[in-house]
Write a protein that binds this ligand. Structure first.
Ligand SMILES: Cc1cc2nc3c(=O)[nH]c(=O)nc-3n(C[C@H](O)[C@H](O)[C@H](O)COP(=O)(O)OP(=O)(O)OC[C@H]3O[C@@H](n4cnc5c(N)ncnc54)[C@H](O)[C@@H]3O)c2cc1C
Length: 398
């Protein structure tokens, strides 16, 4: 049976998140977005304050199990929360989405190495926004290549070589690693012992301050300016073999596909949030702004633009909910997630452009929020794989 009804508890969580996004995320993001120097923005009091409010509520640990101190939210609940956070600000919503990555791996690694237990403990008890992970995969010369998994010719340059009981890591990850500048731990995908292709790589979960590790400057960019992104360098970084959390091999591809399915559903959800943010602002404006002796909402062209935005947002959300529901039922479906994500992010690009148009000249002004949503939307067509490459990958499954 298909049922879109939300439980009373999920409705309460959604409403609380909506309020938080409006009162805390939106104003903080508007301020941070205007700071020219990203380093200054990410070290500002505003950044610290907004992260600590989010961590106090527990948005960073929403998906972690209650047995380890998380909130144990199912995939559907977390999709609903992510959309609300993204209506406030998609950059900060992305930060909160990426933050628990290492803590998730730490749950499985607790008995293997003391770092994991200590990290998990610090993460779930963090009320200041000081702990958070990043997922470092792409490299300067290997971006889209990495998402065409299963093809044997594809490889990375960053590598881990076994040396006694340790691995030694060398190489670099791209400037796009989300949370790469602030993260205190990394999920790191590298080529293992001279292997190649998707199955010749492996994933390590490592602390972010190991000798030989360094970061580039935070990326100065078009949109999602509240999300810190930076290169990560590895100069013969020695790690114990217990930090290997996902070895290569036949199961690796399936595991990565599961992560990519969840990732695509999340990126699509951020896009719905950005589109909704622009639509809500434009609808309110259209009902106030008078031109030609009537509010512009009464001009059919404007009214149709707004209806079209509403229609596309609803349709995109419905497909994302299907993808999320499949994740919830333990049957993640990669092509559905990829269809939902590409549909939603292309939709967000179109809708945010149309909503700037509804504002007319005032739409391009930084006095109004819609130009920021338009800039934010662009990055969601590239994040976690470009829409072109994601679509081609999904088409292979047809
Ligand atoms: C907001 C954001 C967040 C990100 N977060 C992370 C992160 O947390 N961790 C991480 O490791 N990386 C992250 N990335 C990197 C992201 O995954 C890459 O930017 C993306 O995969 C594209 O790689 P590229 O930038 O090297 O572009 P390229 O691969 O160089 O692509 C350039 C152009 O060529 C096209 N193209 C490439 N190959 C093909 C093909 N086979 N067929 C048709 N067209 C093709 C692309 O569609 C694109 O238009 C992030 C990126 C963004 C924008």
């Amino acid at each position: 049976m298909v049922d879109f009804a939300l439980t009373e508890e999920v409705e309460k969580i959604r409403d609380m998140t909506r309020e938080f996004a409006k009162k805390e995320l939106r104003p903080a993001a508007a301020e941070l977005d205007l700071i020219q120097d990203p380093e200054e923005a990410y070290t500002s009091d505003t950044m610290r304050r907004v992260l600590s409010r989010a961590y106090e509520i527990g948005f960073h640990k929403m998906t972690l199990g209650t047995d380890v101190g998380g909130l144990g939210a199912p995939a559907m609940t977390s999709t609903i929360v992510q959309e609300e956070l993204a209506v406030g600000d998609a950059g900060l919503a992305s930060h909160l989405l990426v933050a628990p990555m290492i803590a998730g791996s730490a749950v499985a690694g607790r008995d293997r190495h003391p770092f994991y237990g200590e990290y998990l403990d610090a993460f779930v008890n963090d009320t200041k926004g000081e702990h958070g992970g990043a997922w470092a995969i792409t490299e300067p010369q290997h971006g889209s290549d990495l998402f065409q998994f299963g093809q044997p010719a594809i490889h990375m340059e960053a590598k881990a070589i076994r040396d006694g009981d340790d691995y030694v890591i060398s190489g670099q990850k791209s400037a796009f690693v989300s949370n790469g500048w602030m993260a205190d731990a990394f999920l790191l995908m590298v080529k293992l012992d001279g292997g190649d292709g998707m199955e010749g790589t492996a994933t390590f979960a490592i602390p972010g301050d190991l000798p030989g590790m360094s970061r580039g400057k935070p990326l100065d960019k078009l949109g999602l300016r509240t999300l810190n992104q930076a290169e990560v360098f590895f100069d013969d970084v020695r790690i114990p073999r217990e930090f290997l959390v996902m070895p290569g091999g036949p199961a690796y591809k399936l595991l990565i596909e599961r992560i990519v399915t969840a990732g695509n559903t999340a990126v699509g959800t951020l896009a719905v949030g950005v589109a909704r943010a622009a639509y809500e602002e434009a609808l309110a404006y259209a009902k106030e702004r008078v031109q030609g002796d009537k509010v512009i909402f009464e001009h059919q062209v404007i009214k149709m633009k707004l209806f079209n935005a509403f229609r596309q947002i609803e349709a995109s959300r419905a497909l994302l909910w299907k993808s999320s529901w499949l994740l919830n039922t333990g049957k993640p479906h990669l092509p559905t997630a990829m269809a939902a994500r590409t549909l939603a992010s292309d939709m967000a690009m179109q809708v945010t452009a149309d909503m700037v148009q509804v504002f007319g000249g005032y739409g391009i002004s930084k006095e109004n929020p819609v130009e920021k949503f338009y800039r934010d939307a662009k990055l969601l067509q590239i994040m976690d794989g470009t829409n072109e490459v994601v679509s081609l990958r999904a088409a292979e499954e047809l």
